[in-house]
Design a binder for this molecule. Structure first.
Ligand code: ZN
Length: 153
């Protein structure tokens, strides 16, 4: 089939193929309000400490709630906003909505795939079929796995 480098093919998901929700894009709305990102494709609504991210994904309308938290910047005295990754509950500045459809932090994105060598080789787009066929399973597995794994700390 002319595949180059048969064997260990990288299936790593590139963050450049994801929609990114960057906390700094929400500046001005973090205390409440609605803004539209990514050419109006993604609607972000902040209400209280909840950020609701709504978007169409493969003909489905998805609404995900993400919790917002703040930390104090000691030197400047301001507040810094974070989102809690819906998957691992860690504080992050950027969430990625990959083709799997749901927002996660970068770590979860990478953990979700077997070969998780980091950033050096992130430009491949050869994983699409793999993802589409395996997502349901690996996602469920990952959630379970990370949840139990993390307790060891
Ligand atoms: Zn995460």
């Amino acid at each position: 089939m002319g595949a180059i480098g048969s064997g260990r093919k990288k299936t790593h998901l590139s963050t450049s193929d994801c929609i990114t929700i960057d906390i700094k894009d929400l500046r001005g709305y973090l205390t409440g309000g609605t803004c539209y990102l990514i050419d109006d494709k993604v609607k972000c609504t902040v209400e209280g400490k909840q950020l609701e991210i709504a978007y169409a994904f493969v003909e489905k309308q998805i609404r995900e709630s993400v919790q917002l938290v703040t930390t104090i910047l000691p030197n400047i005295g301001g507040k810094r906003y974070w989102m809690l990754c819906p998957c691992c509950q860690r504080r992050v500045r950027i969430l990625y909505i990959s083709m799997v459809g749901y927002p996660t932090c970068r770590t979860c994105l990478e953990l979700n795939y077997p070969s998780q060598r980091s950033s050096a080789i992130e430009r491949h787009i050869t994983y699409e079929k793999y993802l589409l066929s395996n997502y349901g399973y690996s996602w469920a597995f990952h959630k379970y796995h990370s949840y139990h794994f993390r307790k060891g700390g």
